[in-house]
Structure formats: structure tokens, C-alpha cells
Design a protein around this ligand. Structure first.
Ligand code: AMP
Ligand code: ZN
Length: 113
């Protein structure tokens, strides 16, 4: 994918993002339109359009994405819990077609539409 995917451009450093976590294969950055006190997106560096494209061999990646969501929530002071939210496809409200987990915590306005 690359140049016409917003999140691939963030991964490549071509667009700025307020990063809160980076490790091989995964980054997490603040959502530009937060709907909660803490609102972070956790994404694979590799372009995967949505959850439906995950393959058997992606199992370790999916586990690690979930673990990074836990780490980010805890690092930002939300050990008590948070919302883990994934939109799948445009009919599921997905506006950026690069897999991402919303980590939302603290006072929340509403789910992203
Ligand atoms: P979704 O609607 O589930 O696909 O989520 C996409 C999210 O990406 C939305 O919550 C947007 O606010 C967020 N977003 C879009 N562009 C950027 C950007 N450049 N940096 C950070 N977050 C973004
Ligand atoms: Zn992408």
C-alpha cells in the first residue's frame, strides 16, 4: 500500500503523529479527534486493511497488538480498565482502511461514528 494510506504514511514518518509507543512492527499514537480523555490508536506497521484480512500466521501480531493496547492504557494511567474498539469495514464505521485498535479511557463522549 503506502503513499495513499494515511496510516502507512504515519508509519513511514511522512505525516506527523503524537506517538505514545513504538516497537518493531507496531506503533501507537493519539487519535487526532479524541472522543475520550485518552484516545489512542494501536496499529500494525504492515498495511492490513481490516480485521477480516488477518491470516493464521498473523496470530502473534494480533496478540501483540492487544498487549500493546494494554501497555498503552496502563502507561497512560488506566490500569482500572479501558475500551478496546475496532471498526471493521466502512459498513462497520471504519474510516481509515488500515487496521487499528481504538484504546479509549477516562471520560468518554461517544463512540466514533
Ligand atoms: P475509524 O473511524 O474506526 O476508522 O477510526 C479512524 C480514526 O482515525 C478516527 O478516530 C480519526 O479521528 C483518526 N484519525 C484520522 N486521521 C488521523 C491522523 N492523521 N492522526 C491521528 N488520528 C487520525
Ligand atoms: Zn496502510
Amino acid at each position: 500500500m503506502g503513499s495513499d494510506c494515511l496510516f502507512c504514511r504515519i508509519v513511514a514518518g511522512e505525516l506527523p503523529a503524537d506517538e505514545v509507543h513504538r516497537e518493531p512492527g507496531i506503533i501507537a499514537f493519539k487519535d487526532i479527534h479524541p472522543v475520550a480523555e485518552t484516545h489512542v490508536l494501536v496499529i500494525p506497521e504492515r498495511h492490513i486493511e481490516d480485521l477480516r484480512q488477518l491470516q493464521e500466521e498473523d496470530a502473534p501480531l494480533w496478540l501483540r497488538l492487544a498487549q500493546v493496547a494494554n501497555v498503552v492504557a496502563a502507561d497512560l494511567g488506566h490500569e482500572e480498565g479501558y475500551r478496546f474498539y475496532v471498526s471493521v469495514g466502512s459498513a462497520g464505521g471504519q474510516t481509515v482502511p488500515h487496521l487499528h485498535i481504538h484504546v479509549m479511557a477516562g471520560s468518554m463522549r461517544r463512540l466514533p461514528s
